[in-house]
Design a binder for this molecule. Structure first.
Ligand code: FDA
Length: 378
């Protein structure tokens, strides 16, 4: 007999399961996929031995000391530091925009203060006006030249919409660093799990009080562990989509999804770095990942490499929901779903799908630890 059912074996569900089992409870974890790890799942490409991130590149980073201590119980981390580049009109620049990007773009040798003054002067084009759309918002934040080179086309591809038709609220800030610091993340700790993500996640559930059931949809009433079979009998932590749980009664919450085009190439190194963005609109994909570069410390084949081109689009039902769109209508619907959730006190909604918000891995873990402390352990 189980004490708790956790729906979803992503980082939120795994953290809840691990903590509750450590506290003496019997936990059943159900996932509709055939693997644990949720979107952070990775696997070894059979042809090359290269670890690939099936649902998009996952880099672990955090400044939360509790989360860092917690994850280090299950895995050590490499000293990988994430850096991103972007290709614009046949030239490669560092991203996010920093002093290197600015000086390369303007063919200049500006120091921090001069660069700051230049960007402020270019952004002054919007002075005294409230940006009416994302295009104007971008110009008001970093000036037209940098916005049009590095942000406009990329954003149009991400949303498949002209930025003049997107609300200004989508971006509240665009990071510009007035230094040559090209680190993508600025957290205290970052790295990749030394033995890969799957080894990390397997250690989390390696506990006699945890049972994992894969390939089972909790919302399929015919499944052995389902909403129908657990209702009123056992508490549930649900990390699947909250709108689907309630049969879309209040309407669909909008998400963006990503399509990946995978390719194994007969070269030892395709692009010299792990992630290359493509800023221009005439290139249909947003970025290319080359997975071997996430683990320079490993011995990978010298004559083959795996890449994935990333294409972004609006999700429809059945697609993997990746990024919440979060329009005012979505927020209204989310409120309605929260009210419905409050009427099911034995079901606790968590994780990125259960709460309809983008969560980095460290945030999903921190949020799960809080649910264990404040809700489940009481
Ligand atoms: P997650 O989606 O991982 O897990 C939910 C699980 O529930 C899934 O396995 C699903 O199959 C299951 N499920 C849903 N409905 C079900 C049902 N009815 N029955 C049974 N199972 C069900 N973060 C970061 O820190 N660094 C990074 O670099 C990235 N990169 C990144 C790239 C992309 C493209 C995305 C979309 C996201 C990231 N992230 C990230 C975020 C990271 O993926 C996120 O923090 C975790 O996936 C959150 O874990 P959850 O457990 O909340 O959800």
């Amino acid at each position: 007999m189980t004490d708790l059912v956790v729906v979803g074996a992503g980082l939120f569900g795994l953290t809840v399961a691990e903590r509750m089992a450590a506290a003496g409870r019997h936990v059943t974890v159900v996932d509709r996929r055939d693997h644990i790890g949720g979107n952070a799942y990775s696997e070894t490409d059979a042809a090359t031995g290269i670890e690939v991130h099936r649902y998009g590149a996952h880099l672990f980073h955090t400044s939360n000391a509790r989360v860092w201590e917690y994850v280090n119980r299950f895995t050590a981390f490499t000293d990988y530091t994430h850096r991103v580049f972007t290709t614009h009109r046949g030239e490669v620049f560092p991203m996010p925009i920093n002093l290197g990007t600015i000086n390369q773009f303007f063919r200049s040798a500006l120091g921090p203060d001069a660069a700051r003054a230049l960007i402020a002067q270019q952004a002054a084009e919007m002075a005294g006006r409230t940006p009416a759309n994302l295009d104007e918002q971008g110009v008001s934040l970093i000036g037209r030249p940098l916005y049009e080179a590095f942000i406009r086309g990329y954003t149009a591809k991400q949303w498949q919409t002209d930025p003049r038709e997107l609300p200004a609220s989508i971006i509240s800030r665009l990071p510009v660093r007035y230094s040559y610091d090209s680190r993508y993340f600025s957290d205290t700790w970052e790295g990749l799990p030394v033995d890969g993500y799957t080894a990390w996640f397997e250690r989390m559930i390696d506990h006699p009080r945890i049972e994992v059931r894969l390939g089972e949809d909790f919302l399929d009433d015919g499944a052995e562990v389902s909403r129908a079979s657990t209702r009123g009998r056992v508490p549930v932590v649900f990390t699947g989509p909250v709108d689907r749980y309630f049969g879309y009664a209040e309407g669909d919450l909008a998400w963006r999804t990503i399509d990946f085009e995978w390719e194994t190439l007969p070269v030892g190194d395709f692009q010299g770095t792990s992630v290359m963005n493509y800023a221009d609109e005439d290139v249909p994909f947003t970025r290319i990942h080359e997975f071997r570069h996430f683990h320079p410390e490993r011995t990978y084949p010298a004559d083959r490499t795996v890449i994935a081109r990333e294409f972004s689009r609006a999700a429809v039902r059945g697609d993997e929901p990746y990024y919440p769109v979060n329009t005012p209508l979505d927020r209204e619907r989310l409120e309605a779903y929260r009210a419905l959730a409050a009427s099911e006190p034995d079901v606790h909604f968590g994780g990125r799908l259960g709460t309809y918000q983008y969560l980095d891995m460290h945030m999903a873990i921190a949020s799960a630890l809080s649910m264990v402390d404040n809700v489940l352990s009481r």
